[in-house]
Design a protein around this ligand. Structure first.
Ligand SMILES: NCc1[nH]cc(CCC(=O)O)c1CC(=O)O
Length: 336
């Protein structure tokens, strides 16, 4: 390869990231993908966030998006050009001036159990102590195993895993995070969506940039790593969360999958769970969506029609399911 002359080579894309091991591996993967897809140089910029500093319980920390807020401020202030977030930690309310330009291919969205002695949820000892900081996971654990003692835990993935060698029998974590950290060996059971409905957007990353950069070379570079099936699925999942007016720590789960065919079908399962594990309201629904090939053709010919002809199908599926759930008392069940 011949190096372009320095005068014409654009400055590296500066990609903002949180400093945790998980955030760094995630951002490195995205940075490499953008670099490979666009041929541009990329560099990582570390941004410290309140969520990383505080050891307070996640559900008591200043509300939605503590992890995302500092990264977004850095992006708006021009300290970086692109921010990489875990989608499930991103509030559904849009930030003026910022746009999620790419949702790359998502990893396995499911939750997993990491237990002592290779145990599964069904064969944990009576009254076992299980750690999670997530009201959604706690409610579903109690639903299947009312005898468990569910403890609120915090900290990064390694810290939480270590507790299974100390005072806990098990912890529940996102499979995607363990995959990225090379820690899949610690998984003793992958929990299906019928047992543990994942958080909306779990396993997906969101690549955000300033809206003003969308139509330029930066937007063009980032959009290359967008993945249609992921975008469809997470739009439906997050529409559930938004319509229920629930935050990212509410006991709400949603999981959508795309099934091939002519037309393709997007299937959504959504649920709200009473914190004590007593009640649950779970609904499934599906809708026809254009095939990936049709979406690619539209993106080429009439990109302005994508919202109307593609993405709205997913959003409306999520809204419809959430509205049905609200009519059946979802807000009361989940304590929203
Ligand atoms: N809330 C913390 C968080 N944010 C994203 C992930 C994992 C990866 C993902 O879901 O994208 C995790 C850890 C976990 O829930 O186990």
């Amino acid at each position: 390869m011949t190096a372009p002359t320095p005068a014409t080579r654009p400055a590296p894309l500066r990609i903002g990231t949180r400093g945790s091991d998980l955030a760094l591996t995630q951002t490195t993967t995205v940075a490499e993908a953008i670099g490979a897809a666009s041929g541009r140089d990329v560099e990582l910029v570390r941004i410290r966030t309140e969520g990383d500093r505080s050891s307070a319980s996640l559900s008591t920390l200043g509300g939605a998006g503590v992890f995302a807020a500092a990264l977004r401020e850095a992006l708006l202030a021009g300290e970086c050009d692109v921010a990489v977030h875990s989608l499930k930690d991103l509030p559904t309310v849009p930030t003026p001036g910022l746009t999620v330009a790419a949702l790359p291919h998502r990893a396995d969205a499911r939750d997993v159990l990491c237990a002592r002695d290779g145990r599964t949820l069904a064969d944990l000892p009576q009254g076992a102590r299980v750690g999670t900081g997530s009201p959604r996971r706690a409610a579903q654990l109690r639903r299947h195993r009312p005898d468990l003692e569910v403890l609120d835990i915090r900290g990064n993935v390694e810290t939480r895993l270590r507790r299974t060698e100390e005072d806990l029998h098990a912890v529940v974590l996102a499979r995607a995070g363990l995959t990225r950290l090379g820690l899949l060996g610690r998984v003793t059971e992958t929990l299906g969506p019928d047992i543990m409905l994942p958080a909306p957007g779990q396993g997906a990353l969101a690549v955000e940039c300033r809206t003003e950069d969308l139509d330029g070379p930066l937007g063009e570079s980032v959009r290359r790593i967008d993945h249609v099936p992921t975008r469809l699925a997470v739009l439906a999942e997050r529409a559930v969360l938004r319509t229920l007016e629930a935050g990212c720590t509410a006991p709400v789960g949603a999981y959508a999958t795309l099934h091939d065919g002519e037309p393709a079908r997007l299937e959504l399962r959504a649920g709200v769970f009473a914190p004590d594990g007593g009640e649950a309201l779970v609904r499934t629904a599906s809708t026809a969506v254009p095939t990936e090939a049709d979406v690619a053709a539209l993106a080429e010919e009439t990109p302005d029609a994508l919202d109307e002809q593609v993405w709205n199908h997913a959003v409306q599926l999520g809204e419809r399911v959430a509205e049905e759930m609200l009519a059946e008392g979802a807000a009361k069940v989940a304590g929203l």
